[in-house]
Design a protein around this ligand. Sequence first.
Ligand code: GUN
Ligand code: ZN
Length: 431
Amino acid sequence: MTRVVTGHVVSFSGSLDVALDLEQGAVAISDSGHVAWVGSQARLPQEWRAAPRNDFGKKLILPGFIDAHIHFPQYRMLAAPGKDLLDWLRRFTFPEEARYADADYATAAAKLFLKRLFTHGTTAALAFCSVHKSCADALFAAGHEANMALVTGKTMMDRNASPAVQDTPETGARETEKLYRTWHGKSRLRYAVTPRFAITSSEEQLKLSGELLAGLPGALMQTHISESPGEIALVKELFPAEKDYTDVYDRFGLLGPRSIFAHGIHLSEREARRFAESGSSVIHCPTSNTFLGSGLMSMTFLRETARPVSLGLATDVGGGTSYSMLQTMGEAYKVQMLGGYKPKAAELFAMSTIGNASRLRIETETGSISTGKFADLVILDPEATPVLAARHALSQSLEDVLFALMILGDDRAVSATYVAGRCCHGPEAAQ
Ligand code: GUN
Ligand code: ZN
């Protein structure tokens, strides 16, 4: 594993800007898969000079992308034409997820799913599984094998879905505990308590979810909130006594710094305040939101300085239409522009790396190219396609190069991906 990777090294800071920009940079990777040294090639310490080297020339070496919300059992059902979220779930998603009751099917799919992440430059993720314990076991096992930072959990859903994808409050809680004890803290894996959303969990199941979150040290909680108008209306019907959608989760102890909510498009002022106060995160999933016609999430509204909500960025495959975090950043740019805000490319790259690492609470091990963290890296070619190459000739700054990549790039721009120092995509990767 020991090697030196050279190229244009770029990394980002928690304040959503460029932290490191070394055109002739080098990253030394130790045998354990950690970054042992990072700096300019001219200053590479003597002890690393004879190490095997992968020279990427003018290509960019970035921290691997982190996808903060993706559905493993939807890995092959992108581009399913639902009328809206609830129609899409019922007609396409639940039947597809039902297949994951079969452990062999799930095991084969987990390998393909992770391969898909790596070919798109994604090295860590917070993922939903299906309701089946075997599905979560399969994904954890594949993540363990890859030595990647993977946070996932068995989905809990005990109503408003077909029987093939339902559990009960008791089986859901029992299997969650079992999975946590088997996988949480093993290599780079973490557990996320995963009630799908308020529509598919009874009060009893939401209550147990809150108890699990409180009782399982270090576990995260992931769910969905305020994605589509039809969903919000149904939540109102199912929970008439609560102030709003956020209040439903709040009542069951599901808000807090370990809680991660996908979408949050239509949150009110009161809800945004509760998110900020409780330290809960909202994950923007722009390609899914435009594809399903869910709405235009406003980063500026949620980040208002008096009550800033922590934000992340994600593909939401298979509601999302691309595995590529580059495409996801490009779509986020367009959605924010429609709301009157023009994000910098560096801001969206920072969200997709160190920002998402902080949301997932894995920022001490990944998310930036820093000594002591794992060498989770993506190599990007700003001239990967004729269109990118032509545009690249006009670029005058790093911001410009990143901007063109996020608007025009996708998996074709990913030359190689390293997870904990091991090349898992690119010329050197084992097939
Ligand atoms: N809300 C509840 N389940 C889902 C899902 O699988 N995808 C999306 N986009 N929203 C959801
Ligand atoms: Zn989702």
